[in-house]
Design a protein around this ligand. Structure first.
Ligand SMILES: [Mg+2]
Length: 304
């Protein structure tokens, strides 16, 4: 989890209010200021979105209610907690603010320590939510992304490749004679082998967008967006070498003296039209062929 200060976007049309809140929070957090609803949205949709927003309601032109509606309407911003800080102090106003999706409602004039504590509490919830989300997407044994995470990223990257007209490659990886390994060396050793292989594959895939995930059992999947067949083959070859380089003894393998992997690789060309299920099934088929042809090898194919 990141260590830098949380970014808090403070939105208020009155300079004095901005100053008071910024002074109050700047020791623990990094405040970002906006003097209008428009500026607030620019910040929220910008390069470095805030972790939490303190939002005034009454502002000329775009008011706080409009701002929160825009934030809640977008996948990019709807998770950012919003606390209204406003002079509107009727029960109806508060109810309206909370109904629009605010996590809290503070009335002016506010008590500085209470603002501080509420901000802290909501940031703690955000932090815990992020941790839970990360855990839900990691494989417990190998600590690389799990299949669920793979499915999510795959569909996003698949759509992106189609939109941008870029090539796209995917590799299915399977550990050779892993059942024999477990049978002879025991499951604890098998787990250690899987952990080391996961780390080795992860080390090869280091470009932004690359992803290696545990697909299940002794099977891994590697996502290589914006990668043509030639480059994907090189990556796959390095993976094969890295695993051989681990030199994990495997006396019961018929593919070599040590643990090896087989890789089924598939690349979708720039103009190719195919369904994601067929794409993955092709990688599976190639993996099967790699096994049939003697293991510790890559079988590749290109669609389109
Ligand atoms: Mg105002």
């Amino acid at each position: 989890m990141r260590k830098e200060k949380a970014r808090i976007l403070i939105v208020d049309d009155e300079k004095m209010n901005l100053k008071v809140l910024a002074d109050l929070l700047k020791e623990e957090y990094s405040p970002v200021l906006a003097r209008s609803g428009e500026q607030a949205l620019q910040q929220a949709f910008g390069e470095a979105p805030p972790d939490l927003i303190l939002l005034d309601v009454i502002m000329p032109e775009m008011g706080g209610y409009e701002v929160i509606k825009a934030l809640k309407n977008s996948d990019k911003t709807n998770h950012i907690p919003v606390i209204f800080v406003t002079a509107l102090n009727s029960i109806q106003d508060e109810e309206r603010g909370l109904l629009l999706g605010a996590v809290d409602y503070i009335t002016k004039p506010f008590s500085p320590p209470i603002v501080k504590m509420r901000v802290r509490n909501h940031l703690r919830i955000v932090h815990q939510y992020k941790l839970l989300d990360q855990l839900a997407h990691l494989d417990g044994l190998t600590e690389i992304p799990n299949r669920r995470r793979f499915e999510e990223v795959f569909h996003k990257e698949w759509a992106r490749a189609a939109r941008n007209g870029t090539p796209f490659s995917l590799a299915m990886v399977d550990v050779d004679f892993f059942k024999q390994f477990n049978d002879h060396y025991g499951h604890a050793m098998g787990d250690i082998a899987l952990q080391r292989i996961a780390k080795a594959l992860d080390c090869v895939l280091r470009r932004p967008g690359d992803l290696v995930a545990r697909y299940g059992g002794e099977e891994f999947v590697m996502l290589l967006p914006e990668t043509d067949a030639f480059a994907a083959y090189e990556v796959a070859q390095r993976c094969l070498q890295q695993v051989v380089g681990l030199a994990i003894p495997h006396q019961y393998s018929r593919a070599g003296e040590t643990v090896t992997i087989s890789i089924g690789l598939v690349t979708k060309g720039i103009d190719a039209i195919t369904a994601p299920q067929i794409f993955i099934a092709t990688a599976d088929k190639n993996l099967y062929l790699a096994k049939e042809n003697g293991r510790n090898r890559i079988v590749e194919s290109v669609i389109g």
